[in-house]
Design a binder for this molecule. Structure first.
Ligand code: EPZ
Length: 426
């Protein structure tokens, strides 16, 4: 599936009904596909979402000599022969997560050359924690010409005590993967605790890796000589879950979602409850959203897990735009992740952004308008706003949406939303 240049037209107000299937977690799948580079035998991944970002990660592995076959939500990967240590620049520059490959490549081959991922719409997104951690494991790392050249010491990477200045998800994942094949013990302190980190650790453990403490601030890894085949199923996507919970709330539609892991979305449920919406567990892994008549405003501050997830900041801003009262949304994780506020204001929202704070004053209604998605989660916020707005909303920038949501438009159509993709020049 290639990036799509069409636009999405949404006719609001939409009423939704029925149940939506939640796909596998994008941010678990991306790390785990990179992690398959650690395995010198067949590796089967199940519940892999069909996303542009996953396709790009697969292209990177194929460029490294990996054999990959996709059937539906199954990816069969064989990285027994990694032919080169150079990930292709033109793909890495489009997919920041591909930098995670540096850990497995270095651990497997002892040498890795991966392009330095550029910044993106939401921030500079440096990789200094990744580099410093690999250096702590004995690697020599040189950065020049936009490339990161890393060389393991003779005998391979060595276990090390690593402290992360910030609980970076990507750095935790890169270093955890590298440590699975390093000699000796590695500890990662101030590690990220996201469910996707836990899923990656469970995937590596299913290949024979020795990892303790994933999901806590301190992860301990004992290196092994070799990993083996596995057949691993990826967790459901907690951010897609949150996005659909808001779709139900913002359209006042009691839709159901499955499969869901409720303990992965505690802050999302808590904030929906603070706004007056309820979520009811109708089965062990199925949730229904019960919207409020009018949602109350509530302050939100994004934090590393288990705090409120930054990836839900934009979707919640759409819902808060239509809430009763005023509130403040604070983004503490990325430095430039409020650009959707201006687009929501074009639809009649009343949001004033000052640095990383957005003062939101609820309005009684939004009006459809032509808007532009500035990043992945901003695209979701605009779709949600379009569902609730009076009139037609036309969203450009669907390539952002297709990176991280599996057929979001089709899933919404199946719930009764009135929307369609139309060619950009229509
Ligand atoms: C992961 O990005 C996710 N992506 C992001 O999801 C998510 O928003 C983010 O974690 C936070 O939860 C994937 O998992 C593929 P970080 P990552 O390293 O790993 C700074 C989405 O919408 N930092 O935890 O890149 C960084 O600049 C995407 O699905 C350094 O300074 O995030 C940021 O301010 C967006 N140096 C903060 O840490 C480093 O070496 C958190 O970044 C690494 C990070």
């Amino acid at each position: 599936m290639e990036a799509d240049r069409s636009v999405l037209e949404i006719w609001g107000k939409s009423q939704l009904q029925g149940q939506v299937k939640i796909s596998g977690a994008k941010n678990a799948a991306l790390a785990i596909v990179a992690g398959a580079l650690l395995c010198p035998e067949d590796c089967r991944l199940q519940n892999v979402p069909s996303l542009v970002d996953i396709n790009r990660m697969s292209q990177i592995l194929e460029a490294l000599g990996v054999k990959i076959e996709r059937q539906g939500d199954i990816l069969d990967i064989n990285a027994s022969q990694i032919s080169s240590d150079r990930a292709p620049y033109e793909i890495v520059s489009q997919l920041r997560a591909s930098f995670f490959c540096i850990g497995p490549i270095l651990a497997r081959l002892g040498v890795a050359r991966v392009p330095l991922p550029g910044g993106c719409e939401i921030g500079a997104r440096p990789v200094d924690f990744h580099v410093r951690g690999l250096q702590g494991m004995g690697a020599t790392v040189q950065i020049n010409g936009g490339m990161v050249h890393a060389y393991a010491p003779p005998g391979g990477l060595k276990g090390a005590k690593i402290y992360l200045d910030y609980p970076s998800v990507g750095a935790t994942e890169t270093l955890m993967m590298a440590a699975t094949l390093a000699e000796g013990e590695t500890t990662i302190e101030n590690a990220a605790q996201e469910p996707e980190v836990i899923d990656l650790a469970a995937f590596c453990q299913s290949m024979g890796a020795k990892i303790q403490g994933a999901g806590t601030k301190k992860i301990a890894i004992s290196g092994v000589a070799k990993l083996h085949s596995t057949d691993y199923t990826i967790i459901p996507d907690r951010i897609e879950t949150g996005t659909f919970l808001i779709a139900g709330a913002i359209t006042h539609s009691p839709i159901s979602l499955a499969p869901v892991v409720p303990e992965h979305i505690t802050p999302i449920i808590a904030k929906l409850q603070a706004m007056g919406a309820e979520t009811i567990a109708v089965a062990p892994n199925q949730l229904r959203i019960v919207p409020a008549e009018n949602h109350r405003a509530t302050d939100i501050e994004t934090q590393p897990y288990p705090g409120f997830p930054t990836d839900m900041q934009a979707p919640f801003m759409a819902l808060l735009s239509l809430s009763r009262g005023s509130c403040v949304m604070t983004e503490t994780v990325f430095e430039n992740r409020m650009r959707h506020a201006a687009e929501l204001n074009r639809m009649g929202a009343d949001i004033r952004v000052k640095g990383n704070n957005a003062a939101i004053r609820g309005v009684p209604m939004l009006s459809g308008a032509p808007v532009v998605a500035t990043d992945l989660r901003a695209s979701a916020a605009l779709v949600l706003a379009g569902l609730a707005a009076e009139g037609t909303t036309r969203i450009e920038g669907l390539h952002h949406m297709d990176r991280g949501y599996e057929r979001l438009d089709l899933k919404l159509q199946q719930l009764g939303a009135k929307l369609q993709r139309v060619p950009a020049d229509s």
